[in-house]
Design a protein around this ligand. Structure first.
Ligand SMILES: [Zn+2]
Length: 229
């Protein structure tokens, strides 16, 4: 069927565009080094940042729509140079609705040392369900990055992976959830880095990590009011 833009595509272009401001707001990006993408719900359409456009100049109209193979269906500019990695994730993890990539400084410092971030904070147990894992070294411009992300995150609780010598990729049920994971990953990367300066951070026992993760994922936050009988 030939591609036709829909209200859902337009809405995703607006959401993905607006979320790039969050990368700036939380100090996750320098120049044009980070990107957000989103899957239009119920479709194989991906909305992603155009390559090389500064965040201040982004508008919903400039967002690029591609299929899962990266073929551009809508947009005048080339998609982000990381689009192939995003697409690999969307192809192989159908539950994923949003992907974020940044070189946020503290998390990337862990990447430079090829070290996963150990689970030493309750906030990490809540959000990541354990350590933030390390993915393999992979050259840009092939499908190796995407494969490394999928192989590391599949079956893992963490929505974030630190790719060796590179930076952070996060996934979520939608692009906002992936951006939240990127913000939280940088936050805990910084705190654990600081704690390392003066000693060895104390690990949280696995049973407590499991309890914290379960509570945060299933109980925490606003719950719908119980229905009247
Ligand atoms: Zn990168």
């Amino acid at each position: 069927m030939p591609y036709r833009s829909t209200a859902a595509v337009l809405e995703m272009k607006e959401r993905v565009c607006a979320l790039h401001a969050e990368l700036l707001r939380w100090g996750l990006v320098t120049w044009t080094s980070g990107n957000v993408s989103g899957r239009v719900p119920g479709t194989d359409l991906i909305v992603i940042k155009p390559s090389g456009v500064s965040y201040d100049d982004l508008t919903p109209e400039l967002m690029v729509v591609t299929d899962l193979e990266g073929k551009v269906l809508e947009g005048d500019l080339a998609p982000s140079s990381d689009a192939e990695s995003h697409n690999e994730v969307y192809q192989r993890m159908p539950e994923v609705g949003g992907v974020v990539h940044t070189h946020s400084p503290y998390a990337t410092a862990w990447a430079a040392r090829a070290e996963p971030i150990p689970c030493v904070l309750t906030a990490m147990a809540d959000e990541f369900g354990g350590e933030i894992p390390l993915g393999p070294f992979a050259l840009i411009g092939s499908d190796a990055i995407g494969k490394g992300i999928v192989e590391t995150l599949r079956g893992h609780r963490s929505p974030a992976v630190i790719m060796q010598n590179h930076g952070v990729f996060t996934i979520g049920k939608d692009p906002k959830a992936a951006v939240k994971a990127a913000v939280m990953a940088e936050d805990v990367a910084r705190t654990v880095h600081i704690s390392r300066q003066l000693g060895e951070p104390v690990p949280i026992p696995q049973a407590d990590i499991d309890r914290l993760y379960d509570r945060y994922q299933n109980v925490y936050g606003q719950q719908p009011a119980p229905k009247e009988q």
